[in-house]
Structure formats: C-alpha cells, structure tokens
Ligand binder design. Structure first.
Ligand code: URA
Length: 435
C-alpha cells in the first residue's frame, strides 16, 4: 500500500477501507507517512468528506494509536461525558458528582484549557490540595470505592490525534465534521467508557456557530458510537452566551458548588439535569429522561450530589471545607465593575469575547506553557434578556491588579454586550437531542 494512492482515492471521492485508514494512521504515528502527505489527506477529507463507515474506521485507528484504558475492573455501566467546549462551562464538576450520586460510576479523564475555553482539570486544581494525577490503579480503586474520580488525561491517549490535530491546526483542515468527530470520539473510546453523553455547543462561543452544523457534528459522533458499540447520545445546547455567570477557575468552582446546593443559575442547572439524565438512562439507573430528571433533582435537593462532590475532593487530597467556606478558594486581590454606557436590554453577549477576556486576565492559557491564575476571571451581572440602566454593572472583573491590560479587558467586555431598546425574543438553551 502507498499513501499517495490513498490520498488520490480520497481526492477523487472514493471510499477508503478500514485497512487503508489503519495504514495511514499507523504510518503517520511511526513517522513513515510524512506530514505533507497527511496534510494532503486531511485536505482531501475536508473537501470530499467521509462515509459513516470510514469515519468509524478512522476513529478506531486513532483510538488504537496509544494507550487504551481498561475500565472493566469497575462494576456497572461506565458513562463518560464530553463537551465540545464553551465559555463558563463548568458542567463536568457538577455532573460527575450528580451522576455518581445516582449510582452511575464516573471514571473521567479531563483536559486542561487552551485559548478561550477553560479546562475541568484547571478548575479542579483551583481547590487547595486537589490532585489530578493518580496512578491507574488508584483511579480505578477510587471509582470502585466512592463511585467517581476525575483525573488529567494521560499523555499517551490517542497520540495520533494529538499529532494530526496539530497538523490540521496549521493546514486549515480543522473545520471538517468527520475529522472533528473522529478526533473527539477516538479520545472517548480510548478512555474506556461503555457509553458516552456529548454536550455539543452551538453559537458564538462554540466551535460550531450554527445549530445545523452542531447537529451534523452530533450525528457523526453518535453514528461512530453506534458503529463501535459505545451507546452515544448528544444534547445540543446554546453557546451564544456563557453558561451560568462565572468565567474563571475558582469562580466557576464556586458556581458549581452553588449549583450542587440547588441554588445555581437556571441555565446551568437545566443543562446539568438534562445531560445527567442522559447519563443515568445510559447507565441503566432510570427508565427514561423524565424519571432520570426527577431522580437528579432529588439528589440536588437532599444534598447527596453535594456530599458526593465532597467525597471526590477528599479522596483526591483537596480540602472539602471549600464547600461551606468558599473563601478558602483562591481570591483575586480586587474587583473592577464594567458598566453599561447606555440603558436598554441585553440583546446579545459574545461568549467568545468574554472567554478571551478571562484568558487575558490570566484565567486561561494563550499558549500551552502559560501559567494560569486560579483566582481571576469575571462574573456576569446581566444575561441576555435582562434590563440594564446606564451606569449599571454588566460584569465584575476579578483581577490581581488594576493596570492597563485590565482597562483594555474591561472595554472588550463592555463591547461584548449588545444593548437593544426592546426585550429580545427568548432563545431556548436546549436546542436538540441526537440519539
Ligand atoms: N476538539 C477536538 O478534540 N478535536 C477537534 O478536531 C476539534 C475540537
């Protein structure tokens, strides 16, 4: 087999076999297929697309390029959850505890943030003492003992994806549905779960800007799951404005704690109940979504979900006192209000701009090596549909000092709010479900 012939075949709209896709991915992993051929292949896929069978075969080839986590020593149906990335998205912190409190074992590997979206691992590490690196055996034992563990992704999970994603990033081939779907699902499959719930975001703060594109991506990922025997459901939710109010690591942990106490923002709570319901249905702990939501609401009301989060924190070396004394979390030195120049209603909020603003304050990484400040970020005071008076606060910045960068960030945040003169039509948070 020769890579050039396979590129030729895809360029002309042909369908590659599993053996041919394996040849390309294995060859690329071993540096036998060079970057320039893989770039040409990615561009051919970008223009020609892939059939469902090709996408599934590519996903498996990538999943098999490295370590594959064996979760079989954990009893029960292990359900993983993945978000395609949004601003203020702290759902994993809440969902892991919520699903585990309903009896679904959660053995989760999460990532760090890069660019305008945050990472679960950074958020957890803002809890004093919390360890996100556990040996595989300790990880499995913890799930068997308390029902959940959340750790950082091991370096060798789907290494071909890491290499290929880096290449796609510099060859204008990221925005291809089969390539994104296989990239996401290869990591989920290698991480070992039996079933997967996907939170696919659509809107200004998301990868997929339209609901149609988000649905196409969700369908491609659900189809991969079906083809490889991992039951997968996808919930498409709005990311035209940030989820909840807090953006920034410790600030998001505080909001997650409030949500686990049943006092969280409506949108965040609603999304967690929906994603959690899909998790516990796939995990065999509820017959349908309506019953699952009832169970989860009860877990929030009776404190069991919060207690599960406390167990997670203690088991991984953190201080569970943060649940009652959030001042034990890192605190920024000062706050700066971003005020509205004119009155009216908030018609839109550019989520991506707020994600970038939080990153510029130090809450996220512009480069992989950058250090983050757990305490900084911003808290929205207004969301879409809210009335605002001139001079009223739109958002509070949490900063380490008030310098020229903070003033620039404040201006960016102000401009991210679109103020209109009449109440905007309400937009639903949950846009569709793909199963
Ligand atoms: N996220 C991924 O993991 N892969 C992609 O290709 C795009 C977003």
């Amino acid at each position: 087999m020769r890579a050039v012939d396979l590129i030729h075949k895809k360029r002309d709209g042909g369908e590659l076999s599993a053996a041919e896709l394996n040849f390309l991915i294995q060859g690329y992993s071993k540096d036998e297929v060079p970057d320039y051929q893989m770039s040409a292949f990615a561009m051919a896929v970008f223009f020609r697309g892939m059939t469902a069978a090709e996408t599934a075969a590519l996903t498996l080839a990538i999943a098999e390029s490295g370590d594959q986590v064996d979760l079989t020593p954990i009893a029960g149906i292990k359900v993983d959850k993945h978000s395609t990335g949004g601003v203020g998205d702290k759902t994993t912190l809440i969902l892991a505890a919520l699903a585990a409190s309903a009896g679904v074992p959660v053995a989760k590997m999460s990532g760090r943030g890069l660019g305008h979206t945050g990472g679960t691992i950074d958020k957890l590490e803002s809890i004093p003492g919390f360890r996100t690196e556990l040996a595989r055996e300790a990880f499995i034992n913890q799930v068997n003992t308390i029902g959940l563990s959340v750790i950082g992704q091991s370096g060798d999970l789907a290494p071909a994806d890491k290499k290929l994603y880096g290449l796609r990033d510099v060859t204008a081939t990221v925005e291809s549905i089969p390539l994104i779907a296989s990239s996401v699902m290869s990591k989920k499959i290698a991480a070992g779960a039996d079933a997967i719930v996907l939170d696919v975001k659509a809107g200004s703060g998301a990868f997929m800007k339209t609901v149609e594109d988000a649905e196409a991506l969700a369908s491609a990922m659900v189809e991969i799951g079906t083809q490889v025997g991992r039951v997968t459901s996808a919930v498409i939710s709005d990311m035209d404005q940030p989820l909840g109010y807090a953006i920034g690591n410790a600030l998001e942990v505080m909001e997650a704690i409030e949500t686990l106490k049943g006092k969280g923002p409506h949108d965040l709570t609603e999304l967690c109940l929906t994603l959690g319901a899909h998790m516990i249905v796939l995990g065999g702990k509820a017959a349908d979504i309506a019953e699952a939501k009832q169970i989860l609401k009860q877990k929030l009301e009776n404190g069991e979900a919060l207690a599960k989060f406390a167990e997670l924190i203690s088991a991984q070396g953190g201080n569970p006192a943060v649940l009652e004394q959030t001042e034990l979390l890192p605190q920024a030195a000062l706050t700066v209000e971003v005020t509205a120049e004119e009155g009216g209603y908030v018609g839109s909020i550019q989520a991506e701009q707020l994600g970038l603003a939080a990153m510029l304050l130090g809450a996220g990484r512009a480069t992989k090596e950058a250090q983050i400040d757990y305490a900084v970020g911003l808290v929205l005071r207004k969301k879409v549909g809210d009335a605002v008076a001139a001079g009223e606060s739109l958002a509070t910045l949490h900063v380490s000092s008030n310098n020229a960068t903070v003033q620039e960030v404040a201006e960016r945040v102000r401009k991210a709010f679109g103020i209109v003169s009449s109440v905007p039509a309400p937009k639903p948070l949950l846009l569709s479900i793909v199963t």
